[in-house]
Design a protein around this ligand. Sequence first.
Ligand code: N01
Length: 553
Amino acid sequence: MITASRQDQPSPEDRAAPAQAFDVLIVGAGFGGLYALHKLRGMGLEVLALEAAESVGGTWWVNRYPGARVDIQSLEYSYAFSEDLQQDWCWTERYAAQPELLRYANHVADRFDLRRDIRLNTRVLAAHFDEVARRWRVSSADGGRWTARFLVLATGPLSSPNLPAFGGAEGGIERFAGRVLHSAAWPKEPLELRGRDVAVIGTGSSGVQLIPTLADQARALTVFQRTAAYVVPAHNGPLDLAWEARIKADYAGFRARNRNTYSGFGSELTPRPISALDATAEEREAAFEERWQVGGLGLLSTFRDLLTNPRANELAAEFVRGKIRQAVRDPATAERLCPHHPIGCKRLCAGTGYYETFNRPNVVLVDVNAHPIAAITPAGLVAGAREHRFDTLVLATGFDAFTGPVARIDLRGRGGLRIQDKWRGGPLNYLGLAVAGFPNLFHIAGPGSTSAFTNFFVMVEHHVDWVADCLAWLDARGHTTIEASTEAESDWVAFVNATAEKTVYLGCKSWYVGDNVPGKPHVFMPLACGFPAYAKRCAAVANSGYEGFIIEA
Ligand code: N01
Protein backbone atom coordinates (compact mmCIF):
# COMPACT_ATOMS: atom_id res chain seq x y z
CA MET A 1 0.00 0.00 0.00
CA ILE A 2 1.12 3.54 -0.68
CA THR A 3 1.47 5.33 2.59
CA ALA A 4 0.09 8.76 3.42
CA SER A 5 3.56 10.29 3.52
CA ARG A 6 4.32 13.91 4.43
CA GLN A 7 1.06 14.28 6.27
CA ASP A 8 2.87 15.74 9.22
CA GLN A 9 1.92 19.33 8.42
CA PRO A 10 -1.85 19.63 8.80
CA SER A 11 -3.62 22.62 7.28
CA PRO A 12 -5.53 25.01 9.63
CA GLU A 13 -8.82 23.33 8.58
CA ASP A 14 -7.35 19.91 9.34
CA ARG A 15 -6.49 21.00 12.85
CA ALA A 16 -10.18 21.81 13.40
CA ALA A 17 -11.50 18.57 11.86
CA PRO A 18 -9.05 16.33 10.01
CA ALA A 19 -9.88 15.59 6.40
CA GLN A 20 -10.12 11.87 5.65
CA ALA A 21 -6.93 10.65 3.99
CA PHE A 22 -6.84 8.28 1.02
CA ASP A 23 -4.28 7.01 -1.40
CA VAL A 24 -6.49 7.86 -4.36
CA LEU A 25 -9.58 10.00 -4.82
CA ILE A 26 -11.61 9.43 -7.97
CA VAL A 27 -13.99 12.07 -9.23
CA GLY A 28 -16.94 10.38 -10.95
CA ALA A 29 -18.64 7.00 -10.72
CA GLY A 30 -19.51 6.45 -14.34
CA PHE A 31 -17.95 3.59 -16.22
CA GLY A 32 -14.47 5.15 -15.93
CA GLY A 33 -14.73 5.81 -12.20
CA LEU A 34 -16.22 2.40 -11.42
CA TYR A 35 -13.40 0.55 -13.09
CA ALA A 36 -10.77 2.84 -11.56
CA LEU A 37 -12.17 2.11 -8.11
CA HIS A 38 -12.23 -1.62 -8.70
CA LYS A 39 -8.73 -1.76 -10.16
CA LEU A 40 -6.96 0.55 -7.72
CA ARG A 41 -8.68 -0.87 -4.67
CA GLY A 42 -7.66 -4.31 -5.88
CA MET A 43 -4.04 -3.17 -5.58
CA GLY A 44 -4.54 -2.63 -1.85
CA LEU A 45 -4.93 1.14 -2.11
CA GLU A 46 -7.33 3.17 -0.01
CA VAL A 47 -9.64 4.62 -2.62
CA LEU A 48 -12.77 6.74 -2.53
CA ALA A 49 -14.92 7.74 -5.51
CA LEU A 50 -16.91 10.96 -5.29
CA GLU A 51 -19.97 11.21 -7.51
CA ALA A 52 -22.16 14.30 -7.97
CA ALA A 53 -25.26 12.33 -8.96
CA GLU A 54 -27.47 10.25 -6.72
CA SER A 55 -26.53 7.12 -8.65
CA VAL A 56 -23.62 5.45 -10.31
CA GLY A 57 -23.69 5.29 -14.13
CA GLY A 58 -22.43 8.74 -15.16
CA THR A 59 -23.64 9.61 -18.61
CA TRP A 60 -26.25 6.84 -18.50
CA TRP A 61 -27.75 8.31 -15.37
CA VAL A 62 -28.21 11.85 -16.68
CA ASN A 63 -28.94 11.14 -20.36
CA ARG A 64 -32.27 9.49 -19.67
CA TYR A 65 -34.17 11.25 -22.45
CA PRO A 66 -36.66 9.11 -24.39
CA GLY A 67 -34.89 7.17 -27.09
CA ALA A 68 -31.44 7.29 -25.45
CA ARG A 69 -29.36 4.30 -26.38
CA VAL A 70 -25.77 3.49 -27.19
CA ASP A 71 -24.45 3.69 -30.76
CA ILE A 72 -21.81 0.95 -30.39
CA GLN A 73 -23.06 -2.62 -30.18
CA SER A 74 -23.44 -3.68 -26.57
CA LEU A 75 -21.35 -6.81 -26.95
CA GLU A 76 -18.55 -4.34 -27.72
CA TYR A 77 -19.58 -1.41 -25.51
CA SER A 78 -19.00 -3.19 -22.20
CA TYR A 79 -16.21 -4.09 -19.79
CA ALA A 80 -13.61 -6.65 -20.79
CA PHE A 81 -11.70 -6.76 -17.50
CA SER A 82 -13.68 -9.64 -16.03
CA GLU A 83 -14.27 -12.80 -18.03
CA ASP A 84 -17.00 -13.86 -15.57
CA LEU A 85 -18.79 -10.54 -15.97
CA GLN A 86 -18.70 -10.59 -19.74
CA GLN A 87 -19.90 -14.18 -19.83
CA ASP A 88 -22.67 -13.72 -17.29
CA TRP A 89 -24.15 -10.46 -18.46
CA CYS A 90 -26.73 -10.84 -21.26
CA TRP A 91 -27.75 -7.80 -23.26
CA THR A 92 -31.26 -7.87 -24.63
CA GLU A 93 -30.71 -5.68 -27.68
CA ARG A 94 -28.01 -5.07 -30.25
CA TYR A 95 -27.72 -1.50 -28.94
CA ALA A 96 -28.75 -1.27 -25.29
CA ALA A 97 -31.13 1.47 -24.25
CA GLN A 98 -30.30 3.81 -21.36
CA PRO A 99 -32.23 1.83 -18.66
CA GLU A 100 -30.33 -1.35 -19.50
CA LEU A 101 -26.98 0.45 -19.46
CA LEU A 102 -27.85 1.88 -16.07
CA ARG A 103 -28.75 -1.61 -14.83
CA TYR A 104 -25.35 -2.78 -16.07
CA ALA A 105 -23.57 0.02 -14.15
CA ASN A 106 -25.50 -0.92 -11.00
CA HIS A 107 -24.76 -4.59 -11.52
CA VAL A 108 -21.05 -3.84 -11.77
CA ALA A 109 -21.19 -1.67 -8.64
CA ASP A 110 -22.87 -4.52 -6.72
CA ARG A 111 -20.96 -7.41 -8.22
CA PHE A 112 -17.59 -5.91 -7.32
CA ASP A 113 -18.82 -4.48 -4.02
CA LEU A 114 -17.93 -0.95 -5.08
CA ARG A 115 -20.67 0.99 -3.30
CA ARG A 116 -18.96 0.99 0.08
CA ASP A 117 -16.24 3.20 -1.41
CA ILE A 118 -18.47 5.53 -3.41
CA ARG A 119 -19.90 8.70 -1.92
CA LEU A 120 -22.94 9.75 -3.99
CA ASN A 121 -24.57 13.21 -4.09
CA THR A 122 -21.10 14.65 -3.71
CA ARG A 123 -20.15 17.37 -6.16
CA VAL A 124 -16.45 18.10 -5.95
CA LEU A 125 -16.02 21.86 -5.75
CA ALA A 126 -12.29 22.21 -5.26
CA ALA A 127 -9.11 20.19 -5.52
CA HIS A 128 -5.87 21.94 -4.59
CA PHE A 129 -2.41 20.41 -4.68
CA ASP A 130 -0.64 20.99 -1.38
CA GLU A 131 3.03 21.24 -2.32
CA VAL A 132 4.26 20.78 1.22
CA ALA A 133 2.28 17.66 2.01
CA ARG A 134 2.44 16.55 -1.65
CA ARG A 135 -1.21 15.68 -1.48
CA TRP A 136 -4.42 16.76 -3.10
CA ARG A 137 -6.88 18.52 -0.81
CA VAL A 138 -10.38 17.99 -2.10
CA SER A 139 -13.66 19.48 -0.92
CA SER A 140 -17.27 19.05 -1.92
CA ALA A 141 -20.35 21.25 -2.10
CA ASP A 142 -21.78 19.62 1.03
CA GLY A 143 -18.72 20.36 3.16
CA GLY A 144 -16.86 17.07 2.72
CA ARG A 145 -13.07 17.25 2.88
CA TRP A 146 -10.50 14.66 1.91
CA THR A 147 -6.84 14.41 1.07
CA ALA A 148 -5.16 11.96 -1.24
CA ARG A 149 -1.84 11.38 -2.84
CA PHE A 150 -3.41 10.85 -6.24
CA LEU A 151 -6.41 12.41 -7.90
CA VAL A 152 -8.11 10.65 -10.81
CA LEU A 153 -10.55 12.68 -12.88
CA ALA A 154 -13.13 10.29 -14.27
CA THR A 155 -15.49 13.16 -14.96
CA GLY A 156 -16.31 12.08 -18.51
CA PRO A 157 -15.65 14.12 -21.64
CA LEU A 158 -19.35 14.85 -22.17
CA SER A 159 -20.87 15.62 -18.78
CA SER A 160 -21.20 19.40 -18.70
CA PRO A 161 -24.38 20.37 -20.60
CA ASN A 162 -24.15 23.21 -23.09
CA LEU A 163 -26.82 25.83 -22.41
CA PRO A 164 -26.70 28.44 -25.18
CA ALA A 165 -27.65 32.00 -24.25
CA PHE A 166 -29.80 32.45 -27.39
CA GLY A 167 -31.23 35.96 -27.11
CA GLY A 168 -28.96 36.82 -24.17
CA ALA A 169 -30.25 38.92 -21.30
CA GLU A 170 -33.07 40.40 -23.39
CA GLY A 171 -34.46 37.19 -24.82
CA GLY A 172 -32.85 34.33 -22.95
CA ILE A 173 -34.25 30.97 -22.01
CA GLU A 174 -35.65 32.17 -18.67
CA ARG A 175 -38.29 34.18 -20.53
CA PHE A 176 -39.97 31.00 -21.71
CA ALA A 177 -43.18 30.36 -19.77
CA GLY A 178 -43.38 26.63 -20.59
CA ARG A 179 -41.17 23.76 -19.53
CA VAL A 180 -37.51 23.63 -20.56
CA LEU A 181 -35.68 20.29 -20.66
CA HIS A 182 -32.10 19.42 -21.57
CA SER A 183 -31.31 16.04 -23.06
CA ALA A 184 -28.43 15.64 -20.59
CA ALA A 185 -30.44 16.61 -17.50
CA TRP A 186 -33.65 14.75 -18.14
CA PRO A 187 -36.01 14.42 -15.16
CA LYS A 188 -36.24 11.12 -13.34
CA GLU A 189 -40.00 11.15 -13.01
CA PRO A 190 -42.10 10.10 -16.03
CA LEU A 191 -42.90 12.98 -18.33
CA GLU A 192 -46.18 13.14 -20.24
CA LEU A 193 -45.65 14.82 -23.59
CA ARG A 194 -48.77 13.49 -25.25
CA GLY A 195 -50.84 16.31 -26.66
CA ARG A 196 -48.07 18.86 -26.06
CA ASP A 197 -46.58 21.26 -28.58
CA VAL A 198 -42.90 20.46 -28.34
CA ALA A 199 -39.82 22.12 -29.82
CA VAL A 200 -36.37 20.59 -30.07
CA ILE A 201 -33.24 22.66 -30.61
CA GLY A 202 -30.33 20.55 -31.78
CA THR A 203 -29.88 17.70 -34.21
CA GLY A 204 -26.74 15.94 -32.99
CA SER A 205 -26.77 12.37 -31.63
CA SER A 206 -29.15 13.29 -28.78
CA GLY A 207 -31.60 15.18 -30.99
CA VAL A 208 -31.53 12.42 -33.58
CA GLN A 209 -32.58 9.89 -30.95
CA LEU A 210 -35.11 12.17 -29.29
CA ILE A 211 -36.89 13.53 -32.35
CA PRO A 212 -38.57 10.33 -33.65
CA THR A 213 -39.63 9.40 -30.11
CA LEU A 214 -41.05 12.85 -29.38
CA ALA A 215 -42.82 12.92 -32.75
CA ASP A 216 -44.73 9.81 -31.66
CA GLN A 217 -45.93 11.54 -28.50
CA ALA A 218 -46.31 15.24 -29.19
CA ARG A 219 -49.27 16.89 -30.85
CA ALA A 220 -46.86 19.07 -32.79
CA LEU A 221 -43.08 18.89 -32.96
CA THR A 222 -40.94 21.73 -34.29
CA VAL A 223 -37.29 20.86 -34.92
CA PHE A 224 -34.84 23.76 -34.96
CA GLN A 225 -31.83 22.64 -36.96
CA ARG A 226 -28.64 24.68 -37.22
CA THR A 227 -26.55 22.01 -38.93
CA ALA A 228 -28.04 18.99 -40.66
CA ALA A 229 -26.81 15.61 -39.40
CA TYR A 230 -25.63 12.51 -41.18
CA VAL A 231 -27.69 9.70 -39.68
CA VAL A 232 -27.07 6.05 -40.44
CA PRO A 233 -29.71 3.49 -39.51
CA ALA A 234 -28.92 1.65 -36.29
CA HIS A 235 -31.03 -1.37 -37.27
CA ASN A 236 -31.46 -2.05 -33.60
CA GLY A 237 -33.34 -5.15 -32.49
CA PRO A 238 -33.19 -8.07 -30.08
CA LEU A 239 -29.67 -9.38 -29.66
CA ASP A 240 -28.84 -12.13 -32.13
CA LEU A 241 -28.28 -15.05 -29.74
CA ALA A 242 -26.21 -17.03 -32.22
CA TRP A 243 -23.87 -14.05 -32.61
CA GLU A 244 -23.70 -13.63 -28.83
CA ALA A 245 -22.79 -17.31 -28.43
CA ARG A 246 -20.08 -17.01 -31.08
CA ILE A 247 -18.58 -13.92 -29.41
CA LYS A 248 -18.76 -15.42 -25.94
CA ALA A 249 -17.00 -18.56 -27.14
CA ASP A 250 -13.89 -16.41 -27.49
CA TYR A 251 -14.71 -13.09 -25.86
CA ALA A 252 -11.08 -12.36 -25.02
CA GLY A 253 -10.08 -12.83 -28.65
CA PHE A 254 -12.91 -10.57 -29.82
CA ARG A 255 -11.88 -7.86 -27.36
CA ALA A 256 -8.26 -8.11 -28.45
CA ARG A 257 -9.22 -7.78 -32.11
CA ASN A 258 -11.35 -4.74 -31.26
CA ARG A 259 -8.48 -3.13 -29.36
CA ASN A 260 -6.50 -3.48 -32.56
CA THR A 261 -8.91 -1.35 -34.59
CA TYR A 262 -8.78 2.42 -35.01
CA SER A 263 -11.79 3.00 -32.77
CA GLY A 264 -11.69 0.03 -30.40
CA PHE A 265 -14.76 -1.61 -31.90
CA GLY A 266 -15.93 -2.98 -35.22
CA SER A 267 -13.29 -5.66 -35.76
CA GLU A 268 -15.87 -7.65 -37.70
CA LEU A 269 -16.29 -4.77 -40.16
CA THR A 270 -12.79 -3.79 -41.17
CA PRO A 271 -12.23 -1.25 -43.97
CA ARG A 272 -11.57 -2.35 -47.50
CA PRO A 273 -7.82 -1.79 -47.89
CA ILE A 274 -8.29 0.59 -50.82
CA SER A 275 -9.21 4.21 -51.36
CA ALA A 276 -12.86 4.86 -52.10
CA LEU A 277 -11.52 6.69 -55.15
CA ASP A 278 -9.99 3.49 -56.52
CA ALA A 279 -13.26 1.56 -56.57
CA THR A 280 -15.63 1.82 -59.52
CA ALA A 281 -18.88 3.69 -58.99
CA GLU A 282 -20.75 0.37 -58.86
CA GLU A 283 -18.31 -1.17 -56.37
CA ARG A 284 -18.55 1.88 -54.16
CA GLU A 285 -22.32 1.96 -54.21
CA ALA A 286 -22.45 -1.75 -53.38
CA ALA A 287 -19.92 -1.33 -50.56
CA PHE A 288 -21.72 1.63 -48.98
CA GLU A 289 -25.08 -0.11 -49.41
CA GLU A 290 -23.78 -3.22 -47.66
CA ARG A 291 -22.67 -1.14 -44.66
CA TRP A 292 -25.96 0.79 -44.69
CA GLN A 293 -27.84 -2.50 -44.47
CA VAL A 294 -25.63 -3.71 -41.60
CA GLY A 295 -26.37 -0.43 -39.84
CA GLY A 296 -24.38 1.57 -37.32
CA LEU A 297 -21.20 3.56 -37.50
CA GLY A 298 -19.37 1.06 -39.73
CA LEU A 299 -20.29 3.11 -42.79
CA LEU A 300 -17.24 5.27 -42.02
CA SER A 301 -14.92 2.30 -42.29
CA THR A 302 -16.21 1.12 -45.68
CA PHE A 303 -12.91 2.23 -47.25
CA ARG A 304 -9.61 2.97 -45.57
CA ASP A 305 -9.51 6.70 -46.41
CA LEU A 306 -12.96 8.11 -45.71
CA LEU A 307 -11.72 10.09 -42.71
CA THR A 308 -8.46 11.22 -44.23
CA ASN A 309 -9.20 12.07 -47.86
CA PRO A 310 -11.82 14.79 -48.44
CA ARG A 311 -12.61 13.52 -51.96
CA ALA A 312 -13.16 9.97 -50.73
CA ASN A 313 -15.19 11.36 -47.84
CA GLU A 314 -17.44 13.29 -50.23
CA LEU A 315 -18.39 10.03 -51.97
CA ALA A 316 -19.70 8.59 -48.71
CA ALA A 317 -21.41 11.90 -47.88
CA GLU A 318 -23.20 11.93 -51.23
CA PHE A 319 -24.29 8.32 -50.68
CA VAL A 320 -26.03 9.37 -47.45
CA ARG A 321 -27.56 12.45 -49.09
CA GLY A 322 -29.03 10.08 -51.69
CA LYS A 323 -30.60 8.07 -48.85
CA ILE A 324 -32.06 11.26 -47.35
CA ARG A 325 -33.63 12.26 -50.67
CA GLN A 326 -35.18 8.79 -50.93
CA ALA A 327 -36.52 8.84 -47.38
CA VAL A 328 -38.03 12.33 -47.23
CA ARG A 329 -41.03 12.99 -49.44
CA ASP A 330 -40.92 16.79 -49.57
CA PRO A 331 -37.89 17.72 -51.72
CA ALA A 332 -37.36 21.08 -49.99
CA THR A 333 -37.34 19.42 -46.56
CA ALA A 334 -35.03 16.71 -47.87
CA GLU A 335 -32.56 19.35 -49.09
CA ARG A 336 -32.63 21.11 -45.71
CA LEU A 337 -31.85 17.77 -44.06
CA CYS A 338 -28.86 17.15 -46.33
CA PRO A 339 -25.57 17.96 -44.58
CA HIS A 340 -22.73 19.48 -46.59
CA HIS A 341 -19.78 19.19 -44.21
CA PRO A 342 -17.51 16.12 -44.40
CA ILE A 343 -19.23 13.00 -43.07
CA GLY A 344 -17.75 11.95 -39.72
CA CYS A 345 -16.33 15.43 -39.12
CA LYS A 346 -19.00 15.78 -36.49
CA ARG A 347 -19.71 12.52 -34.72
CA LEU A 348 -21.80 10.33 -37.03
CA CYS A 349 -25.28 9.70 -35.63
CA ALA A 350 -27.02 6.32 -35.52
CA GLY A 351 -30.78 6.59 -35.54
CA THR A 352 -34.07 4.87 -36.10
CA GLY A 353 -36.50 6.39 -38.56
CA TYR A 354 -34.93 9.83 -38.18
CA TYR A 355 -35.33 11.19 -41.70
CA GLU A 356 -38.73 9.49 -42.14
CA THR A 357 -39.95 11.42 -39.09
CA PHE A 358 -40.00 14.55 -41.24
CA ASN A 359 -42.73 12.98 -43.42
CA ARG A 360 -45.14 13.12 -40.48
CA PRO A 361 -47.83 15.79 -40.60
CA ASN A 362 -47.12 16.84 -36.98
CA VAL A 363 -43.40 17.55 -37.57
CA VAL A 364 -41.95 20.81 -38.92
CA LEU A 365 -38.27 21.49 -39.65
CA VAL A 366 -36.98 25.04 -39.18
CA ASP A 367 -33.55 26.01 -40.45
CA VAL A 368 -31.92 28.18 -37.78
CA ASN A 369 -28.71 28.42 -39.72
CA ALA A 370 -30.42 30.53 -42.37
CA HIS A 371 -32.63 32.19 -39.71
CA PRO A 372 -30.79 32.18 -36.35
CA ILE A 373 -32.71 32.12 -33.10
CA ALA A 374 -33.00 35.81 -32.20
CA ALA A 375 -34.86 35.51 -28.90
CA ILE A 376 -36.79 33.17 -26.68
CA THR A 377 -40.26 34.51 -25.87
CA PRO A 378 -42.77 33.43 -23.19
CA ALA A 379 -44.66 31.45 -25.85
CA GLY A 380 -41.80 30.12 -27.98
CA LEU A 381 -38.95 31.62 -29.93
CA VAL A 382 -38.25 34.06 -32.71
CA ALA A 383 -36.23 32.95 -35.73
CA GLY A 384 -36.30 34.54 -39.17
CA ALA A 385 -38.53 37.37 -37.94
CA ARG A 386 -41.25 34.88 -37.07
CA GLU A 387 -42.43 33.58 -33.71
CA HIS A 388 -42.70 29.81 -33.39
CA ARG A 389 -45.01 28.83 -30.54
CA PHE A 390 -44.82 25.75 -28.32
CA ASP A 391 -45.28 24.80 -24.68
CA THR A 392 -42.29 22.50 -24.10
CA LEU A 393 -38.74 23.29 -25.18
CA VAL A 394 -36.18 20.49 -25.39
CA LEU A 395 -32.55 21.54 -25.64
CA ALA A 396 -30.49 18.85 -27.33
CA THR A 397 -27.64 21.31 -27.55
CA GLY A 398 -24.87 19.01 -26.41
CA PHE A 399 -21.98 19.56 -24.08
CA ASP A 400 -19.10 21.79 -23.15
CA ALA A 401 -16.90 18.85 -24.07
CA PHE A 402 -13.59 17.75 -22.49
CA THR A 403 -12.68 20.92 -20.65
CA GLY A 404 -16.16 21.82 -19.32
CA PRO A 405 -16.35 19.03 -16.71
CA VAL A 406 -12.86 19.86 -15.40
CA ALA A 407 -13.30 23.62 -15.40
CA ARG A 408 -16.35 23.23 -13.16
CA ILE A 409 -13.92 22.22 -10.41
CA ASP A 410 -11.70 24.80 -8.72
CA LEU A 411 -8.67 22.70 -9.65
CA ARG A 412 -5.30 24.15 -8.69
CA GLY A 413 -1.84 22.75 -9.15
CA ARG A 414 1.59 23.99 -8.12
CA GLY A 415 1.77 27.63 -7.03
CA GLY A 416 -2.03 27.78 -7.00
CA LEU A 417 -2.14 27.53 -10.82
CA ARG A 418 -5.80 27.29 -11.81
CA ILE A 419 -6.75 24.82 -14.53
CA GLN A 420 -8.98 27.51 -16.06
CA ASP A 421 -5.89 29.69 -16.52
CA LYS A 422 -3.66 26.86 -17.64
CA TRP A 423 -6.25 25.85 -20.24
CA ARG A 424 -7.30 29.34 -21.32
CA GLY A 425 -5.98 28.69 -24.84
CA GLY A 426 -6.98 25.00 -24.89
CA PRO A 427 -6.37 21.83 -22.85
CA LEU A 428 -2.60 21.41 -22.55
CA ASN A 429 -1.74 17.87 -21.46
CA TYR A 430 0.65 14.99 -21.94
CA LEU A 431 -0.64 11.67 -23.33
CA GLY A 432 -4.14 12.90 -22.52
CA LEU A 433 -3.39 11.62 -19.05
CA ALA A 434 -1.44 14.28 -17.19
CA VAL A 435 -1.02 18.06 -17.00
CA ALA A 436 2.24 19.91 -16.28
CA GLY A 437 2.01 21.78 -12.99
CA PHE A 438 -0.58 19.32 -11.65
CA PRO A 439 1.39 16.50 -10.00
CA ASN A 440 -0.22 13.14 -9.26
CA LEU A 441 -3.29 14.05 -11.29
CA PHE A 442 -4.57 11.63 -13.92
CA HIS A 443 -7.33 12.17 -16.40
CA ILE A 444 -9.46 9.29 -17.68
CA ALA A 445 -10.74 9.74 -21.26
CA GLY A 446 -9.72 13.37 -21.26
CA PRO A 447 -8.55 15.70 -24.03
CA GLY A 448 -5.35 14.69 -25.78
CA SER A 449 -6.34 11.02 -25.72
CA THR A 450 -8.28 9.14 -28.38
CA SER A 451 -11.31 9.22 -26.09
CA ALA A 452 -13.84 10.73 -28.50
CA PHE A 453 -12.87 8.30 -31.23
CA THR A 454 -12.52 5.17 -29.12
CA ASN A 455 -15.10 2.79 -27.70
CA PHE A 456 -15.40 4.30 -24.22
CA PHE A 457 -14.85 0.99 -22.43
CA VAL A 458 -11.66 0.28 -24.33
CA MET A 459 -10.50 3.80 -23.50
CA VAL A 460 -11.22 3.72 -19.79
CA GLU A 461 -9.82 0.25 -19.26
CA HIS A 462 -6.63 1.31 -21.02
CA HIS A 463 -6.31 4.53 -19.05
CA VAL A 464 -7.04 2.97 -15.69
CA ASP A 465 -4.62 0.09 -16.33
CA TRP A 466 -1.93 2.57 -17.36
CA VAL A 467 -2.48 4.65 -14.22
CA ALA A 468 -2.49 1.53 -12.04
CA ASP A 469 0.83 0.39 -13.51
CA CYS A 470 2.25 3.87 -13.00
CA LEU A 471 1.21 3.96 -9.34
CA ALA A 472 2.69 0.51 -8.73
CA TRP A 473 5.93 1.59 -10.43
CA LEU A 474 6.18 4.73 -8.31
CA ASP A 475 5.42 2.82 -5.14
CA ALA A 476 7.97 0.11 -5.87
CA ARG A 477 10.67 2.78 -6.13
CA GLY A 478 9.51 4.91 -3.23
CA HIS A 479 8.69 7.90 -5.45
CA THR A 480 6.09 10.34 -4.22
CA THR A 481 5.16 12.50 -7.20
CA ILE A 482 4.92 12.26 -10.96
CA GLU A 483 4.21 15.22 -13.17
CA ALA A 484 4.30 15.90 -16.92
CA SER A 485 7.10 18.17 -18.06
CA THR A 486 6.14 21.29 -19.99
CA GLU A 487 8.32 20.16 -22.92
CA ALA A 488 6.59 16.79 -23.15
CA GLU A 489 3.27 18.56 -22.89
CA SER A 490 4.04 20.99 -25.74
CA ASP A 491 5.30 18.16 -27.94
CA TRP A 492 2.17 16.15 -27.23
CA VAL A 493 -0.18 19.02 -28.06
CA ALA A 494 1.77 19.58 -31.30
CA PHE A 495 1.34 15.87 -32.09
CA VAL A 496 -2.41 16.08 -31.42
CA ASN A 497 -2.71 19.07 -33.76
CA ALA A 498 -0.51 17.57 -36.48
CA THR A 499 -2.54 14.34 -36.38
CA ALA A 500 -5.82 16.25 -36.74
CA GLU A 501 -4.49 18.01 -39.81
CA LYS A 502 -4.25 14.69 -41.61
CA THR A 503 -7.98 14.05 -41.17
CA VAL A 504 -11.32 15.53 -42.19
CA TYR A 505 -12.07 16.50 -38.57
CA LEU A 506 -10.98 20.11 -39.08
CA GLY A 507 -13.48 20.55 -41.91
CA CYS A 508 -16.46 21.63 -39.83
CA LYS A 509 -17.53 23.17 -36.53
CA SER A 510 -17.92 20.56 -33.82
CA TRP A 511 -17.50 19.84 -30.14
CA TYR A 512 -14.14 18.25 -30.99
CA VAL A 513 -12.84 21.81 -31.53
CA GLY A 514 -15.02 23.60 -29.00
CA ASP A 515 -16.98 25.49 -31.68
CA ASN A 516 -20.35 24.56 -30.19
CA VAL A 517 -19.74 26.72 -27.10
CA PRO A 518 -19.52 30.46 -27.78
CA GLY A 519 -16.21 31.92 -26.59
CA LYS A 520 -14.44 28.57 -26.21
CA PRO A 521 -11.00 28.47 -27.88
CA HIS A 522 -10.99 26.78 -31.27
CA VAL A 523 -8.60 23.92 -30.49
CA PHE A 524 -8.78 20.30 -31.61
CA MET A 525 -9.03 18.41 -28.33
CA PRO A 526 -9.12 14.65 -28.93
CA LEU A 527 -6.34 12.65 -30.56
CA ALA A 528 -7.12 11.21 -33.99
CA CYS A 529 -4.25 8.74 -34.47
CA GLY A 530 -6.40 5.71 -33.62
CA PHE A 531 -6.40 3.64 -30.45
CA PRO A 532 -3.63 1.11 -31.30
CA ALA A 533 -1.07 3.82 -32.13
CA TYR A 534 -2.06 5.78 -29.04
CA ALA A 535 -1.83 2.75 -26.75
CA LYS A 536 1.60 1.98 -28.22
CA ARG A 537 2.85 5.47 -27.36
CA CYS A 538 1.50 5.27 -23.82
CA ALA A 539 3.17 1.87 -23.38
CA ALA A 540 6.46 3.19 -24.74
CA VAL A 541 6.42 6.03 -22.21
CA ALA A 542 5.76 3.60 -19.34
CA ASN A 543 8.42 1.16 -20.56
CA SER A 544 10.99 3.95 -20.77
CA GLY A 545 10.57 4.71 -17.07
CA TYR A 546 8.02 7.46 -17.75
CA GLU A 547 9.89 9.62 -20.20
CA GLY A 548 8.43 13.12 -20.34
CA PHE A 549 7.48 13.00 -16.67
CA ILE A 550 9.27 14.59 -13.72
CA ILE A 551 9.43 12.14 -10.86
CA GLU A 552 10.34 13.05 -7.30
CA ALA A 553 11.45 10.76 -4.54
O1 N01 B 1 -24.66 17.20 -28.86
P1 N01 B 1 -24.06 17.76 -30.24
P2 N01 B 1 -25.39 15.81 -28.61
N1 N01 B 1 -28.59 27.27 -31.67
O2 N01 B 1 -23.08 18.81 -29.85
C1 N01 B 1 -27.14 22.40 -31.83
C2 N01 B 1 -22.54 11.56 -27.62
N2 N01 B 1 -23.88 11.01 -27.68
O3 N01 B 1 -25.84 15.80 -27.19
O4 N01 B 1 -24.11 21.40 -35.08
C3 N01 B 1 -29.02 26.25 -32.42
O5 N01 B 1 -23.60 16.69 -31.11
C4 N01 B 1 -25.95 21.95 -32.61
O6 N01 B 1 -25.88 22.64 -33.84
P3 N01 B 1 -24.42 22.78 -34.57
C5 N01 B 1 -21.93 11.57 -29.01
O7 N01 B 1 -20.55 11.41 -28.90
C6 N01 B 1 -24.00 9.74 -28.08
O8 N01 B 1 -26.38 15.53 -29.63
O9 N01 B 1 -23.46 23.21 -33.50
N3 N01 B 1 -28.57 25.00 -32.35
C7 N01 B 1 -26.22 20.46 -32.75
O10 N01 B 1 -27.16 20.20 -33.76
C8 N01 B 1 -22.30 12.94 -29.49
O11 N01 B 1 -21.50 13.43 -30.54
C9 N01 B 1 -25.23 9.19 -28.19
O12 N01 B 1 -24.64 23.79 -35.62
C10 N01 B 1 -27.59 24.77 -31.46
C11 N01 B 1 -26.85 20.15 -31.39
O13 N01 B 1 -27.34 21.37 -30.86
C12 N01 B 1 -22.15 13.73 -28.24
O14 N01 B 1 -22.63 12.90 -27.21
C13 N01 B 1 -26.37 9.90 -27.90
C14 N01 B 1 -27.10 25.78 -30.62
C15 N01 B 1 -25.85 19.60 -30.42
O15 N01 B 1 -25.31 18.42 -30.93
C16 N01 B 1 -22.94 15.02 -28.23
O16 N01 B 1 -24.23 14.77 -28.78
C17 N01 B 1 -26.22 11.20 -27.49
C18 N01 B 1 -27.62 27.07 -30.76
N4 N01 B 1 -27.18 28.09 -30.02
C19 N01 B 1 -24.97 11.75 -27.38
N5 N01 B 1 -26.13 25.23 -29.83
C20 N01 B 1 -25.31 7.80 -28.64
O17 N01 B 1 -25.97 7.47 -29.58
C21 N01 B 1 -26.04 23.95 -30.18
N6 N01 B 1 -26.91 23.66 -31.16
C22 N01 B 1 -24.49 6.85 -27.91
